[in-house]
Design a binder for this molecule. Structure first.
Ligand SMILES: Nc1nc2c(ncn2[C@@H]2O[C@H](COP(=O)(O)OP(=O)(O)OP(=O)(O)O)[C@@H](O)[C@H]2O)c(=O)[nH]1
Ligand SMILES: [Mg+2]
Length: 352
């Protein structure tokens, strides 16, 4: 009866509709985040920073990409200066805020009467770039922990061309141990065990970014970084995990990441709604637990509110006093007029 063509219908519909991917990159300044995005999509989407690195600010970039008629709406969330401050104890907070706000904003938008302008900002995957120093910082570990429970997190070893092959393998092993010891899941929102196993098997992904094309010994064009000792090829899976990561993000598991994020969103949505309507006070408590800055922020807002109320009260008092003064003046004028009137009346009576 034609049921066997259902998968074709589905794929034709997907082809028509295109896909939507929101990718977040995080890591220390200059570790190659923007270069990686450009390399991944094979086009200069993001600006590459020259030293000194730009100041810290979370930035959103939206692109419409097309390949063979298939459209991908890409949102790249760049976090240029993460961890560059002197005091980095709370440096992970803006990243967590970005992830949580993307979900909260979707809950908010989904409950508006008109959803035609709905902007889906839910982050499907966050790539956390680890600098190729051979070690993880406490900030790295804490950030990985905080992000891993909120988003599909994939740790990557940045600029792997700056490490020897042995150092790279050693560093990968160390990161794997750290992830295990601290119970940090890779793509923790994905529920499909087979997919999960496949993604986690290679993590952390040793990657490099390069936009220049060179010719290899066989005369073929290859993307890579050319050194005196030879070439570090981006797409060569014997050299780094770029191709493996690319296939997970774009070729094989894009939809798994999107679906996992949507399932996670459903949980957050129901939590948000039950908290919003039933346990409003609990939200405050949860916020203060998840966000250490919350108490000081709340105090600042309260102080601001008190100051505003005091200023308004003063303004109101001054206005009331001015009105009373004006009333007093008018009373006096009225009295004077009345006295004059009585005097004139008395004079008129005397004349009569
Ligand atoms: N050796 C090497 N250099 C890289 C790699 N990726 C990027 N770079 C260089 O590192 C510098 C910074 O790259 P960006 O991509 O701007 O780094 P970023 O992490 O986006 O930097 P911020 O936005 O400042 O945080 C540039 O000079 C790049 O050419 C890589 O894989 N290997
Ligand atoms: Mg950048």
């Amino acid at each position: 009866v034609g049921l066997a063509r259902l998968p074709h219908q589905n794929s034709a519909r997907r082809q028509r509709q295109g896909a939507h991917l929101t990718l977040m990159v995080a890591g220390q300044p200059g570790c190659g985040k923007s270069t990686f995005i450009n390399t991944l999509f094979g086009t200069p989407l993001l600006a590459i920073s020259q030293p000194p690195p730009p100041t810290s600010q979370v930035k959103l970039h939206r692109f419409d990409l097309e390949e063979n008629g298939f459209r991908l709406r890409l949102t790249a969330i760049d976090t240029p200066g993460f961890g560059a401050a002197i005091d980095n104890r709370q440096a992970w907070l803006p990243l967590v805020d970005v992830v949580e706000n993307s979900l909260r904003s979707h809950v908010f938008q989904a409950h508006q009467p008109d959803r035609s302008e709905l902007l889906d900002m839910r982050i499907h995957c966050c790539l956390y770039f680890i600098v190729p120093s051979g070690n993880l910082t406490p900030l790295d570990i804490h950030t990985l922990q905080e992000l891993s429970v909120r988003v599909n997190l994939i740790p990557v070893l940045a600029k792997c061309d700056t490490l020897s092959h042995d150092d790279m393998l050693r560093f990968k092993k160390l990161v794997r141990q750290v992830l295990r010891v601290h119970s940090i899941p890779v793509c923790g929102l994905v529920l499909d065990a087979v997919v999960l196993e496949k993604i986690a098997a290679v993590a952390p992904y040793a990657v490099m970014g390069a936009s220049s094309v060179h010719t290899d010994q066989a005369g073929r064009p290859v993307r890579g970084r050319k050194y005196k000792w030879g070439m570090a090829e981006v797409d060569n899976c014997n050299y780094c995990d770029f191709a493996a990561l690319k296939s997970i993000l774009l070729t094989d598991h894009l939809l798994d990441l999107v679906e996992a994020t949507e399932a996670h969103y459903e949980t957050i949505r129901s939590q948000c709604l039950s908290q919003r309507w039933v346990q409003a006070s609990k939200i405050d408590r949860n916020l203060s637990i998840t966000n250490p800055n919350y108490e000081s922020l709340a105090q600042k807002v309260r102080q601001g509110f008190d100051q505003h109320v005091a200023a308004e009260e003063l303004r109101f008092k001054a206005w009331k006093n001015a009105l009373l003064d004006k009333q007093e003046l008018m009373n006096q004028e009225l009295l004077a007029t009345r006295t004059l009137l009585l005097k004139v009346q008395a004079e008129v009576e005397a004349l009569q």
